[in-house]
Design a protein around this ligand. Structure first.
Ligand SMILES: Cc1cc2nc3c(=O)[nH]c(=O)nc-3n(C[C@H](O)[C@H](O)[C@H](O)COP(=O)(O)OP(=O)(O)OC[C@H]3O[C@@H](n4cnc5c(N)ncnc54)[C@H](O)[C@@H]3O)c2cc1C
Length: 393
């Protein structure tokens, strides 16, 4: 399908969001989460299945359709909406598609694409940060079960989720770190969720999760015994999605501000007539376009199966910093209305701050990118090593 089809698709999802999401978003913000019905509605429209095979209920579409979904959900204010949805349809389903065995795909991918079963991924821990070599949460085999102990922190979408994908260390006594993903249904005994009160992103829930002797059957080990948790592969997906959402939010902030600059008059002229503000808009629009073009280049290469770890991290690094800068400048251009809750820029700015933290902080991304550039360290994903790409996202 070509460019025209993509624009038609963009129009249709924008209309859908304007009808099903925008009129309700303030109520959801007050509740601190989005309702489960909205996942079902996205599922019924086929929006969660774009990247997956038809035999699982997907449409196996080009990657650009997933990119369009990410761009469009990033225009919903508060932008936590995008995080809640992407945590399910982009990250959880991607892991299930890439690692799970056929039974697990029937059980979780098929209803996940329909929006009937929702998932999230719980990687970060209170005493481990973005380092799969140091996962402390353990899963020990005991007869027909795994027994899980440990805790996970800052887990987005975990209140809405029916199951959690939990990267765990398999043998607590072994010096070598063997990490797998175990799927834990949310009603298992020994699971405890403590809700976190965040600064922003109020439509995306977040909790700290503790696991105290949580028993799950051995069938809950995602994939076969040789399937590992692949942090490198995970980071490529997460970084590309967060870069896309950040560019989308920057564009949305710019458009929202331009509208305001044209409406608000001071000294007898609309703000949009003042050169300082016009130049600021011009610079921001240029930077947004530059980032967008970089992403188009990366997705084109990704679609061809190129290995893009360093570049995906670079995209996340610069796009989240851009989003931080653009939303701050836009906030300033709203003057006294900037911090007034009723004005859209307040939330856009507030929600953008955490983009440089979630999915790997800017400092950690710089650390990894510098190792790749200066020390020529190679970071191979499990998938790259197997030279096999199984999903479009
Ligand atoms: C909105 C949001 C959503 C999230 N969603 C999820 C989720 O769904 N699932 C999940 O598993 N996690 C999630 N996270 C967790 C997120 O990935 C971590 O917060 C992030 O990786 C940072 O880890 P930390 O909080 O432990 O910070 P720390 O590691 O304690 O870092 C503190 C500060 O020190 C800096 N720092 C740390 N190490 C270094 C170093 N070596 N060199 C230089 N500076 C360093 C950091 O950059 C940071 O500024 C989410 C976080 C946020 C904010």
């Amino acid at each position: 399908m070509g460019f025209d089809h993509r624009e038609l698709f963009r129009n249709s999802i924008r209309k859908f969001i304007n009808k099903e999401v925008i009129p309700n978003i303030n109520g959801w913000k007050k509740e601190g989460k989005i309702p489960k019905e909205i996942y079902k509605k996205f599922g019924q429209m086929g929006y969660f299945g774009l990247a997956f095979e038809q035999k699982y209920g997907g449409s196996n579409s080009e990657i650009w359709y997933t990119v369009i979904i990410l761009e469009e959900i990033s225009r919903v204010n508060p932008t936590g909406f995008a995080a809640a949805l992407a945590s399910h349809f982009y990250l959880s389903l991607m892991h299930i598609n890439n690692i799970a065995n056929e039974n697990q795909k029937q059980k979780y991918l098929v209803p996940g694409i329909k929006g009937d079963l929702i998932g999230c991924i719980a990687f970060e821990e209170p005493f481990m940060s973005f380092d799969s070599g140091n996962i402390k949460t353990t899963a020990v085999k005991n007869g027909e079960n795994y027994v899980i102990n440990g805790s996970k922190n800052f887990i987005a979408n975990s209140i809405n989720s029916d199951y959690i994908l939990v990267p765990v260390k398999m043998d607590p006594n072994s010096k070598s770190q063997e990490n797998k993903i175990i799927l834990v249904e949310r009603d298992r005994t020994g699971l405890k969720f403590i809700k976190s009160n965040k600064l922003g992103s109020h439509t995306s829930d977040m909790t700290e999760i503790s696991f105290e002797n949580v028993k799950v059957p051995i069938e809950n080990l995602l994939g076969d015994q040789d399937k590992e948790f692949d942090l490198v592969g995970h980071s490529v997906y997460e970084s590309l999605s967060m870069a896309t959402i950040s560019v989308g939010t920057s564009q949305f902030a710019l458009e929202t501000t331009l509208k305001y600059l044209k409406e608000r008059e001071v000294f007898g002229d609309p703000l949009a007539k003042f050169q300082v503000l016009r130049h600021r808009i011009a610079k921001m629009a240029s930077e947004i376009e530059l980032n967008r073009q970089f992403l188009i280049n990366l997705y084109t290469r990704f679609e061809k199966g190129d290995y893009l770890f360093k570049e995906a991290l670079m995209a996340k690094l610069i796009a989240t910093q851009l989003c931080d800068r653009v939303t701050l400048h836009c906030f300033q251009m709203f003057g006294g209305n900037g911090p007034i809750e009723e004005y859209p820029i307040t939330r856009i700015w507030r929600d953008s701050k955490s983009k440089q933290i979630g999915g790997g902080t800017s400092e950690i991304l710089c650390e990894i990118i510098s190792k790749a550039i200066i020390d020529r360290k190679g970071f191979n994903s499990v998938k790259t090593e197997k030279k096999k790409q199984t999903s479009k996202i």
